[in-house]
Design a protein around this ligand. Structure first.
Ligand SMILES: Nc1ncnc2c1ncn2[C@@H]1O[C@H](COP(=O)(O)OP(=O)(O)OP(=O)(O)O)[C@@H](O)[C@H]1O
Ligand SMILES: [Mg+2]
Length: 328
């Protein structure tokens, strides 16, 4: 107890000002990420995953803002920091691999130049020292040092992704945020990338937030999972427990939406209907309009994310104490 987590969000709200009004893409999100922990965040397109990541990094677009709440990075609130302070933390303390990572490499700079530039921009190092760090980091992601002189177009998709990871990790951050880094890659390469991240976090000790819409990728690797729906976390728990016994009807639906990689092929039922418009979300539980198990009252009262024991949190009235699905 008592140790300061790498990242702790407290009731974070963030979103976008638009002509039609405010789109609250992150609506009261809280979680703790311990040192060295691997947290997966999963949910359908548009549920606010990237907005959450950008808010943590304080890299929000011009029309976006953090409305309220805290983003405690090693105990200090990034949301309340002056820009200069965040600037000093970004990449050195917390780093991110973006959703469009494959096209994020500069086509006219060699791989080595891009890696050494990242070092030289943030550290008082000589060119030779920066190059040595680049070689070391490439080695850690299994890329041969002779690729330093190569250009992005000479790399396969999986190798580009590894270079992006090397760039994110070269300054040895405490936190690595990966925003759907593998979706453009085939399943075998996706898997090798995520295994590499796992290996590196064990070797280097950083914490990981791995964002994906594909839960099956995370089952064996992430320590914990947060399931996001319409700007909120609807379920949170240790990965294994959450997979073995999903508690929220949305999680069940999400798990039915794809085949697992190693286990038996599961039902590909998916979830009927569409996620709500975050400009004017429905009253009550946001999932209720699509929920096969919704009952009277779900459309009125928004269920809180409640601790239901065993380190598990669930925002569903089915799990309230006294109900059949409640666990105590
Ligand atoms: N620049 C913007 N202006 C207005 N609304 C935006 C903007 N960017 C995102 N949104 C809205 O914010 C919500 C959350 O978007 P976000 O990109 O965070 O979702 P996501 O979970 O990352 O989705 P995906 O899986 O497709 O990457 C969506 O409803 C989206 O339409
Ligand atoms: Mg996204």
């Amino acid at each position: 107890m008592g140790s300061v987590p790498t990242l702790e969000l407290r009731d974070l709200r963030a979103g976008y000002s638009t002509k039609k009004g405010f789109v609250r893409a992150v609506d009261g999100v809280s979680f703790r990420l311990e040192r060295g922990e691997f947290l997966g965040i999963a949910g359908e397109s548009g549920c606010g995953k990237s907005t959450l990541a950008y808010a943590v990094m304080r890299l929000l677009r011009d029309n976006a803002r953090i409305e309220s709440g805290q983003v405690l990075f090693n105990g200090t609130d990034v949301a309340a920091m002056p820009e200069a302070g965040v600037n000093a933390l970004r990449w050195t303390g917390m780093a991110m691999v973006f959703q469009s990572a494959m096209s994020a490499l500069n086509p006219v700079l060699s791989v080595g130049e891009q890696l050494t530039d990242a070092v030289l921009a943030h550290r008082n190092a000589t060119k030779a020292e920066a190059e040595a760090m680049a070689v070391e980091m490439l080695g850690l992601v299994d890329i041969n040092a002779d690729r330093l002189r190569g250009y992005p177009h000479q790399l396969s998709g999986g190798m580009k992704q590894r270079v992006m990871i090397a760039m994110a990790l070269i300054l040895k951050p405490d936190l690595l945020i990966m925003d759907e880094p593998t979706t453009a890659l085939d399943v075998v390469v996706q898997r090798s990338i995520i295994e590499k991240i796992d290996e590196l976090r064990r070797a280097l000790g950083f914490s990981v937030v791995f964002i994906t819409h594909d839960l099956s990728l995370l089952v064996e690797i992430s320590d914990s999972l947060a399931i996001m729906y319409a700007g909120k976390i609807c379920e949170y728990g240790r990965s294994r427990a959450l997979f073995d016994e999903p508690l929220h009807p949305y999680t069940e639906g999400l798990m039915g939406s794809f085949p697992t990689l190693t286990g038996p092929v599961v039902r590909m039922g998916g979830i009927e209907g569409r996620a709500p418009d975050l400009l004017s979300p429905p009253p009550g539980c946001r999932f209720a309009p699509r929920c096969a198990r919704a009952f009277e009252g779900c459309g009125r009262e928004d269920p809180a994310l409640r601790d239901i024991g065993g380190g598990r949190l669930c925002a569903c009235r089915l799990r309230e104490p006294g109900r059949e699905g409640g666990r105590r």
